[in-house]
Write a protein that binds this ligand. Sequence first.
Ligand SMILES: Cc1cc2nc3c(=O)[nH]c(=O)nc-3n(C[C@H](O)[C@H](O)[C@H](O)COP(=O)(O)OP(=O)(O)OC[C@H]3O[C@@H](n4cnc5c(N)ncnc54)[C@H](O)[C@@H]3O)c2cc1C
Length: 488
Amino acid sequence: MSRRIKEHSESALKSALARIKEILGPKGWADDPVDMAPYLKEQRGNYQSAAALVVYPNTTLEVSTVVSICAETGIGIVPQGGNTGLTGGSVGTAHGRDIILSTRRLNRIRAIDPVNDTIVVEAGVILQRVQQAAAEVDRLFPLSLGAEGTCQIGGNLSTNAGGTGVLRYGNARDLVLGLEVVLACGQIWDGLRSLRKDNTGYDLKHLFLGAEGTLGIITAAVLKLFPKPRQIDTALLAVPDPAAAIDLLPAARSAGNGALSAFELMPRQGLDFALRYIAGTIDPLPRPYDWYVLLELSSLTDGNNLRSRLEALLHNGFEKGLVLDAVIAGSITQSRQFWRLREGLVEGELYEGGSIRHDVSVPISRIPNFINQAVKAVQAKTLGIRPVAFGHIGDGNVHFNLIRPVDMDCDAFLAKQHELSDIVHDIAAALGGSFSAEHGIGLLKRDELGRRKPLVEIELMRRIKQALDPTGIMNPHKTLPEQIRRVK
Ligand SMILES: Cc1cc2nc3c(=O)[nH]c(=O)nc-3n(C[C@H](O)[C@H](O)[C@H](O)COP(=O)(O)OP(=O)(O)OC[C@H]3O[C@@H](n4cnc5c(N)ncnc54)[C@H](O)[C@@H]3O)c2cc1C
C-alpha cells in the first residue's frame, strides 16, 4: 500500500513538474545539475541542498500559476532572492522534492513617484538598483547592507533586513507601504497601496514581512523614499572600550540633532582581519587601539555646521576620556575607506577560517555588559579563542563572532558550536536580548527558536502558518520549530 502511494506521488510530482515547465517555457526553469548548482549553494556551505526543479517565473501571474500547481500536488516551494541569507532559509533541503522559485526575473521597477515619495518594485530587483533609481530622482532609499549588490528586495523584506541605516530609518519593515503577494493557494493579494495612513483593520503586510517565505511569495512592494542627504560626515574614532562607545552615543545623537545615521563598533581583532585579507584597506590611525567606532552624521541641508558639531562631539569625547584618537574623513574616498574596513572585517573573518557567528541584540545600555560577560565566558571555555564583537550597536545589535584559536583545527573548533552558542545566547537572554537580531531563523536557528521563544508565541506562529499555508508547502521545514525543547 505504502509503495503504491509512493508511486502515485512520484508520478504526480513528475506530471506537475512537466506542467510547470510547459507554462514557464524554456527560459523559465532549470533541472540540469550544473544550471541548478548556484541556486542550491548555501552561503556558508552548512547545508546539503537539493531540489526537484529551479523555476524563474517572469510575472506575478506565472508565480501564481506555479504555486497553484504546487498547492494541488503538495510540492514544497522555497522562494529565493539573491541567496545571500545567512541562515539557510533560501536553499532546498536534502530530500530534493521541493522546487526553488527564484525571483530573479521579477526585476522591474514599476513606478517611481517623487511627490508621494514612493517607488514600486518587483521582488527580484537588486537592492543597489533600488538605491540608484531613488538617487536618479534625487531621493534616498536608505536600506543598506554589505550584500546590497546581490540581495533582492523580496529577500530583504522577507528577512526584515537591518543593515547600517536602521538607526535613522528603521528596519526593512519600516520602509514598506504596500505589498503584492502570491498566497500559498496561488491567489494573488494586491496590497500595493501607497498610503501613509490606512487604518482599515489588520495590517496584513506585516504578516509577510520577516516571514522568510513561509507564508507566501512577495512579488512586488511599494517602498518609502526619503530626501537625499546633502552633507555626510564620517569619522573613525578610537575608544577605550565598548562602555565608552555607549557613553558617547547619547552625545552623538544630540550633536547630530537627528542626523546620526550610523554608529558601528569594531574591535582591533576585526580590523586586523580586514587589513590582512582585504585589498585596498588602510589603517587610518597612526597606531593600533583596542576598539573603534565608525560614526556618520548626515544632514538634509548644506552649511548647517554639521562638521563643527562633529568636531565639538569629538573634542568633548577627548576631554571625558571617551575618545582616544579620531579622524574625520576629508573626502568621499576616505569615507569609503572607513566603510571598507567595516565591511572587510566580515569577509576577512571568512578567510581566517573556523568561525562561529552570533547575531544578538540587547537593550543598548547593556551592550558593554553583554560583551564583557560573553568574552569572559567563551575564553574560559576555549583557551586562545578570538572573539570579534562588532556591529550596529546604535541599534543594540552585536555580531559576536568567535574565531578559532590559531593552533586549533577548524573542525575541532566548529564541533564546539552548540556549547559556545548556548553560552552566548544564555547571556543575551539574561540581559533581555534576542538570539537573532537581523539575520532571521531559517534552518540555522529553527531549533533555537523552539528552545527560547515563549510557547504562546510559537503557538500563535503555528496558527498563522496553518491559516495561511494549510498544506505546508511554503518553505517547508524552515523557521517554525518542528520539535520544542526548552532551555534548561
Ligand atoms: C556580506 C553580507 C552582509 C550582510 N549584511 C547584513 C546586514 O547588515 N543586515 C542584515 O539584515 N542582513 C545582512 N546580510 C544577510 C542577507 O544579505 C539579508 O538577509 C538579505 O536581506 C537577504 O536577501 P536575499 O535577496 O539574498 O534573500 P535570500 O537569501 O534569497 O532569502 C532569504 C529568505 O527570504 C525568503 N525569500 C526570498 N525572497 C522572497 C520572496 N520574494 N518572497 C518570500 N520569501 C522570500 C527565502 O526563502 C529565505 O527564507 C548580509 C549578508 C552578507 C553575505
